[in-house]
Design a protein around this ligand. Structure first.
Ligand SMILES: NC(=O)c1ccc[n+]([C@@H]2O[C@H](COP(=O)([O-])OP(=O)(O)OC[C@H]3O[C@@H](n4cnc5c(N)ncnc54)[C@H](O)[C@@H]3O)[C@@H](O)[C@H]2O)c1
Length: 261
C-alpha cells in the first residue's frame, strides 16, 4: 500500500524553523523524506542533507521573494509552506514578561510588531509561494495557530499574586485571525488543488517553565498535562502529506481536549 504520509522529495518551507517547535517539525519532515527549507531571522541551528537554512525576516517582502527565487532555481518547485513563525516567548523568560502586561497598558509598538510578524509575515510568505504551487497545481499550506484561536486564555494558570500577568492580547488576537486567513486562502486556492489548513495546538512544556505553572496548565485540559515537544510532529506530517488530501479550509485542534471541555 502507498505510504500516505510519505513526503519524499517534496520541497517544504517552514518559517520560524529555528525555534523551539519549528526545529522539531523540520527534523520530522526531513525524516519523512522532505527537502526542508528553514526560514528564520536567527542563525541556523539545524544542518543536515535534507534541511537547508535561509536567514530572512519574513516581514520583509523583498527578502522573502529572493528566498523563493533561490529555492525555485535549486529545486524548481515548492510543495509546502508551514507558517510557524510568531512572537511567542516561553513562559518564565524575560522577553515573555514584556508581552504579559495588562491590556489597558499594552504598548502599541509591541502590538504592531506582533501583528506584523504573526499575520503580515504569514501573508507575505503565502503570497510568495502560491504562484509556484499554482503552476504545478498542488501544494499544502499549514498556518500555525494555537489553542487560543477558538478560546480565551485562562489567566488563572499564572496564579500571579498581583493579578498583572495576562497572555499577550496581540498574540491571542492574531491566533484567532489565523483561522479566518486560512479559510479565505483555502477558498481562493481550492480549484488549484492547493490545500490550506490551520493547526491549533496546546501549550508545550519546556524547562524554563515554573513547575506550579506546568501543573496548573496541565489541569486545564482533559489529558491532565501539557504537550511533549514531539507530540505535534505527526499532525504536521499529516497536513503536509497526501494523507490529508481532502482536507482544506479546516482547523485541526490538538489541545488535550481543552477546547471541548
Ligand atoms: N510553544 C508552545 O507551547 C506553543 C503553543 C501554541 C502555539 N504555538 C505556536 O507555535 C509556533 C512556534 O512556537 P515556538 O514556541 O516554537 O516559538 P519560538 O519563539 O521558539 O519560535 C519562533 C521562531 O520564529 C522566528 N521568527 C520570529 N520572528 C521572525 C521573523 N520576523 N522572521 C523570521 N523568523 C522569525 C524566531 O527566530 C524563532 O526561531 C508559533 O506560531 C506559536 O504561536 C506554540
Amino acid at each position: 500500500m502507498k505510504n500516505l504520509f510519505d513526503l519524499t522529495d517534496r520541497v517544504i518551507i517552514i518559517t520560524g524553523g529555528g525555534g523551539f517547535l519549528g526545529a522539531r517539525y523540520a527534523k520530522a519532515l526531513a525524516g519523512a523524506g522532505a527537502q526542508v527549507v528553514v526560514w528564520d531571522s536567527k542563525e541556523a541551528v539545524l544542518v543536515s542533507e535534507r534541511i537547508v537554512n535561509q536567514k530572512i525576516d519574513i516581514t520583509h517582502e523583498p527578502q522573502v521573494k529572493d528566498a523563493v527565487s533561490e529555492i525555485l532555481s535549486r529545486w524548481g518547485r515548492i510543495d509546502g509552506l508551514i507558517n510557524n513563525a510568531a512572537m511567542n516567548p516561553a513562559v518564565g523568560s524575560d522577553e515573555a514578561s514584556k508581552q504579559f502586561v495588562p491590556y489597558e497598558e499594552y504598548p502599541i509598538e509591541l502590538w504592531e510588531r506582533e501583528l506584523k510578524v504573526n499575520l503580515t509575515g504569514m501573508m507575505i510568505c503565502t503570497k510568495a509561494v502560491v504562484p509556484s504551487m499554482m503552476s504545478h497545481k498542488s501544494g499544502s499550506i499549514v498556518n500555525i495557530a494555537s489553542e487560543v484561536s477558538t478560546i480565551a486564555h485562562d489567566h488563572r494558570v499564572y496564579n500571579d499574586p498581583e493579578n498583572r500577568k495576562f497572555k499577550s492580547i496581540a498574540y491571542t488576537t492574531t491566533k484567532t485571525a489565523v483561522l479566518g486567513f486560512t479559510r479565505q486562502w483555502a477558498a481562493r486556492l481550492g480549484r488549484h488543488n492547493i490545500r490550506v489548513n490551520s493547526f491549533s495546538l496546546g501549550g508545550v512544556q519546556n524547562e524554563k517553565m515554573p513547575a506550579d505553572f506546568v501543573s496548573r496548565f496541565g489541569d486545564s485540559n482533559m489529558l491532565g498535562r501539557m504537550a511533549h515537544i514531539d507530540e505535534y510532529n505527526g499532525a504536521i506530517i499529516f497536513l503536509c502529506s497526501d494523507a490529508s488530501s481532502f482536507i482544506t479550509g479546516s482547523n485541526l485542534t490538538a489541545d488535550g481536549g481543552k477546547s471541548a471541555w
